[in-house]
Design a protein around this ligand. Structure first.
Ligand code: ZN
Length: 193
């Protein structure tokens, strides 16, 4: 888990003013649980996994770009986001998380929008979204990264369970499209050889 390349992404997202290393360690622990929750969510949506399996079979990579985020009801992402936010609360970021919760209650699609922007690699749009909702950009980016990572990990595990074969696209992950770090994907955590 120490070598999880998600740590490298989080290192870039978290500001220097807070205790990064403790949050990263906790986040890497939390991501396993979040991924299990995401997998349950994906597996219970009728036909959803079939769609990604078909995309994989026809090599329509990256799956998360071609198929979109693996969730039918965008509001279900709020559960994942709240669980990720608990990591920040445990490290004293009460005020920031309160702002986030407040923004979600006013705009329930916020997490879906943030996750989509993160996944599509549009950091400045994500930053603007955070500012419009009075949330620190790093907080929304962190939540989006954790949410997308959980979905990607959940999806990758389910596809593997079904024996779906996936191949890296050059140096990019076939599931998320992320640039691999030493052959591993920072988003879905998978090692592509
Ligand atoms: Zn990936």
């Amino acid at each position: 888990m120490e070598n999880d390349p998600l740590a490298i992404l989080l290192e870039q997202i978290l500001p220097d003013s807070i205790d990064k290393q403790d949050i990263i360690r906790d986040s890497l622990e939390a991501i396993q649980e979040l991924a299990n929750k995401a997998a349950e969510m994906i597996a219970t949506e009728p036909g959803l996994l079939d769609l990604y399996q078909w995309l994989a079979k026809t090599k329509q990579y990256p799956l998360l770009v071609r198929g979109g985020l693996p969730v039918r009801d965008p509001l279900r992402l709020i559960d994942l986001a709240n669980q990720a936010a608990l990591v920040l609360v445990r490290h004293g970021q009460y005020d920031e998380v309160a702002k986030l919760s407040n923004a979600i209650s006013k705009n329930p699609l916020l997490i879906y929008d943030a996750a989509r922007l993160y996944q599509l690699g549009r950091p400045s749009d994500l930053e603007n979204l955070a500012k419009r909702h009075n949330i620190a950009p790093w907080v929304l980016t962190y939540i989006a990264a954790m949410t997308v990572s959980a979905l990607a990990r959940g999806l990758t595990t389910l596809l593997e369970t079904r024996g779906t074969s996936l191949e890296p696209i050059g140096n990019k992950c076939p599931v998320c499209g992320a640039q691999l770090i030493e052959k591993r994907c920072p988003i879905c955590g998978k090692e592509w050889i």
